[in-house]
Design a protein around this ligand. Structure first.
Ligand code: FAD
Length: 316
């Protein structure tokens, strides 16, 4: 079922979460171990991230270094199929522009359709780790709006290979939004212009980047509405879990902690102190969002569901 239909059909705030494929070599059981503790909270959908290739330098026998492309977390589509099969819960694969030609995207979407997957979250994707800016595939897409356009075209029966009659797909398309602005955007206004393009191209809901200050989410939703973006905007929450997260999350995701939270984090001496603060903060954030009737609260597990479970026990 489509994410937008779940939202339309529910009078209560929904629960959903995002998982990462395991590092290459780990079994599907590691995915189930992350999902099992959260199933009792009745998630309507589970997102599975997509991780593109990275380049590493491997020493050859002659001592020279060879640049090799590797994918550390393959398996997004297989994991989605396994989740739907085992839990009967909709899985939402993330689909990215990076590394894909339009034809490869088309073929990937055909696979998803054959698997009975109704939803995709369409993203540009991050730059490759060793590159400092995003580079599009020569026959691919530069921006998420272009990718969304392609999926929407397929929903209308228009494929890249247009000399044969094609059956239309019926994907519900989600897009990413940034309450604190995407880090490359000149300002919030230009980011909103580009966000609106994603909705005009066919995105029917938005999932936000993590944020720790609900006021920023409420202001973002208002700015979207003022700008004519009227699709559901699902807030994304991430419980901080370790001393390392304190600096990693703002650096990697370009977000700020509100002062009340940073004051609490400054007192933490151990990972478990931070986890406790993260859980309490997540509970407060979730309660306030639900009191404002948000359509769904979407939690980023980042491969560990303990803190999300601790929050969900108090909320759902
Ligand atoms: P876009 O919407 O294309 O925007 C990228 C930048 O370009 C923005 O600054 C925007 O303002 C600007 N822009 C857009 N259109 C134009 C235009 N026409 N002209 C000029 N500028 C333009 N990354 C992954 O690799 N895998 C994942 O699974 C993944 N999951 C994510 C899930 C969520 C909920 C979120 C919020 C992010 C996720 N990301 C993921 C990260 C995401 O790929 C990065 O944030 C990426 O840098 C931007 O993706 P986007 O889809 O928002 O890009």
């Amino acid at each position: 079922m489509k994410v937008t239909d779940y939202i339309k059909n529910s009078r209560q705030t929904l629960f959903s979460f995002e998982i990462l494929p395991p590092l290459k070599g780990k079994s599907i059981q590691s995915i189930y171990d992350g999902i099992d503790p959260l199933i009792e909270f009745n998630p309507k959908f589970v997102n599975v991230t997509y991780h593109r290739e990275e380049y590493v330098y491997k020493e050859q026998e002659n001592g020279l270094l060879e640049k090799v492309s590797i994918r550390k977390r393959p398996g997004t589509v297989g994991i989605c199929a396994a989740i739907m099969n085992k839990y009967k819960v909709d899985a939402v694969p993330h689909l990215i522009c990076g590394g894909f030609s339009k034809e490869e995207t088309e073929n990937a979407l055909i696979d998803l359709q054959f698997l009975g997957i109704d939803n995709v979250l369409a993203l540009r994707g991050d730059p490759i780790k060793t590159e400092n800016a995003f580079k599009a595939h020569p026959r691919g897409h530069r921006f998420a709006s272009e990718l969304i356009h392609q999926v929407n075209d397929m929903n209308e029966g228009k494929y890249c290979v247009d000399d044969i009659k094609m059956a239309p797909t019926d994907f519900c398309i989600g897009a990413a939004g940034y309450p604190e602005k995407h880090f490359e955007a000149m300002n919030l206004k230009t980011d909103l212009i580009h966000l609106k393009k994603k909705v005009e191209a066919g995105a029917s809901y938005i999932v936000t980047q993590m944020f720790f200050d609900n006021q920023k989410y409420f202001a973002f939703v208002q700015a979207c509405r003022d700008f004519g973006i009227d699709v559901p905007i699902i807030p994304g929450l991430k419980p901080i879990r370790s001393l390392n997260h304190i600096t990693f999350l703002p650096k990697f995701f370009h977000i700020d902690y509100p002062e009340a939270l940073s004051n609490e984090l400054l007192k933490c001496k151990t990972n478990s102190d931070v986890e406790q603060v993260g859980i309490e903060w997540g509970i407060q954030q979730s309660k306030e969002l639900i009191a404002q009737n948000v359509p769904c609260v979407h939690y980023y597990t980042m491969s560990n569901s303990d803190a999300v479970k601790a929050i969900a026990q108090n909320i759902f």
